[in-house]
Design a protein around this ligand. Structure first.
Ligand code: EPZ
Length: 425
């Protein structure tokens, strides 16, 4: 098992280009199932979740090629099955993104309930309700969802809560339905907008993406398209926070500032120097870090995926902060690990109270999920001594070339494959 070794307390400095977003790339890759023509995607991040999605599609008969430099070519004209491989589907939540396209284009989908980061319950009931509203027969038994419809019919769907996953699947399914679909109380995340923009390039008729109400006029068929994936706001946000925790100076390039407005507001409130110029954002880390009160919320609110990373910064603040998690009740697994690094965190119910400490100290820690991994890397960059992070397979799911990018900014970080005893002994 790989581990990351980070020698902390080196200020990170330099410029970095944003990567393509994992959470936009995954549904857009799955959307190739909506057409028999070739799809070409640029700026696809080189991360483990993309390899898993590629393998799911390959096992279903899709031709998938990577042409270097982040370009991916997909051709689903010879699809062999509407049942994606269960073992791979269970490896990440976004694998369920294949369900809507399979149902809409091939009339059926038989998909295992997905797995993924353990952030509390992650049901797919709202995806299934949307498929039913679009006229599909849907059952969920023995760990598999089976959905069938000769052709979906447009419908009015009001989501009872904001959900990224169900908004994506309903939107993709409705592109080929007969008639008009109106989705209300939709997720407004930039990744939904990017998916919608890609579907429009394929010939879909979609309006309202990025607002709570999306209107989709179904078409008979979709064609191939080429699309560059939007920037990864969670990865980018994590690097901006790295400037704050290391008192560094990082400029993120090719990165649209509207993607991280709520983060930039909070960084500014925390006393960090934020400069936005066109599509570049510069953060100069400044101490003392002022404490904050934050509640996570669907976009444009503060993203739940930056909850653990911003706690790494607040662990070093001059005062007490409170963060309320409103999306995933089980997202606090990182807290115990961060306490091992000297942070003073108290979790109760959906809140974490963070009493700032003057310094963190290195320790062996284990990343329990992707963003917890990002947070532990940040804490390790700030801690005195050498932090050893295991659970690197989670970090590899969401952060492209993490060590190379950190080293480029001046971090002392390396990856080792040996057992822990040999590293610390
Ligand atoms: C997406 O997850 C992201 N994943 C997550 O990022 C992100 O944390 C989350 O949205 C919220 O922004 C991808 O895009 C691949 P939801 P998703 O549907 O789609 C409940 C990362 O680290 N719900 O918006 O699973 C659900 O339990 C990942 O990159 C239902 O009750 O999130 C949660 O409480 C982790 N029934 C809330 O809605 C459903 O059918 C929001 O979930 C669906 C969801």
């Amino acid at each position: 098992m790989a581990r990351l070794l980070i020698e902390g307390r080196y200020p990170l400095q330099g410029r970095l280009e944003a990567s393509g977003a994992k959470n936009a790339a995954l549904p857009i890759i799955a959307a190739c199932l909506l057409t028999r023509e070739q799809v070409v995607l640029d700026r696809v991040p080189t991360i483990a979740d993309v390899w898993v999605m590629a393998d799911i599609l390959r096992e279903m008969g899709v031709q998938v090629e990577f042409n270097g430099n982040g370009t991916m070519v997909l051709d689903a004209s010879d699809l062999a099955t509407t049942t994606p491989p269960e073992d791979l589907v269970r490896r990440m939540n976004a694998s369920f993104d294949v369900a809507g396209p399979l149902l809409a284009h091939h009339g059926e989908a038989q998909v295992s309930l997905p797995g993924g980061c353990k952030l509390g319950p992650r049901p797919v009931n709202l995806h299934l309700d949307a498929f039913r509203r679009l006229g599909a027969q849907v059952t969920s038994e023995h760990g598999f969802v089976k959905a069938k419809a000769s052709r979906l019919r447009g419908a009015h769907i009001l989501f009872p809560k904001v959900t990224v996953g169900a908004t994506k699947n309903a939107m993709m399914a409705a592109t080929l339905a007969e008639g008009v679909t109106v989705l209300e109380n939709c997720a407004q995340e930039p990744e939904i907008v990017d998916l919608a923009n890609f579907l429009v390039k394929m010939g879909a008729r979609i309006e309202g993406q990025g607002s709570p109400k999306i209107r989709i006029e179904g078409v008979q068929e979709l064609h191939g398209a080429r699309h560059a994936i939007i920037s990864d706001r969670i990865e980018g946000g994590t690097y901006l926070l790295a400037a704050a925790v290391t008192q560094g100076d990082i400029t993120l390039e090719e990165f649209e500032p509207w993607l991280v407005e709520s983060l930039l507001e909070n960084l500014t409130k925390a006393g960090q120097k934020v400069t936005v110029l066109g599509n570049t954002i510069r953060v100069r880390g400044t101490h003392p870090i002022r404490p904050l009160e934050i509640a996570t919320a669907p976009f444009p609110g503060f993203p739940t995926d930056l909850h653990p990373p911003i706690v790494a910064m607040l662990a070093l603040a001059d005062g007490t902060s409170v963060l309320q998690e409103t999306i995933f009740e089980g997202r606090f697994m990182y807290a115990m690990e961060m306490v091992r690094l000297g942070a003073d965190l108290r979790v109760s119910d959906r809140n974490v109270v963070i009493r700032g400490v003057p310094r963190l100290t290195a320790a062996p820690v284990d990343a329990p999920d992707i963003r917890a991994g990002g947070a532990l890397v940040l804490a390790g960059l700030a801690a005195e001594g050498e932090t050893v992070i295991s659970g690197v397979e989670y970090i590899d799911r969401g952060y492209q070339n993490l060590e190379d990018r950190l080293r480029h900014l001046g971090a002392r970080v390396r990856r080792v494959e040996e057992p822990l005893k040999q590293i610390v002994g």
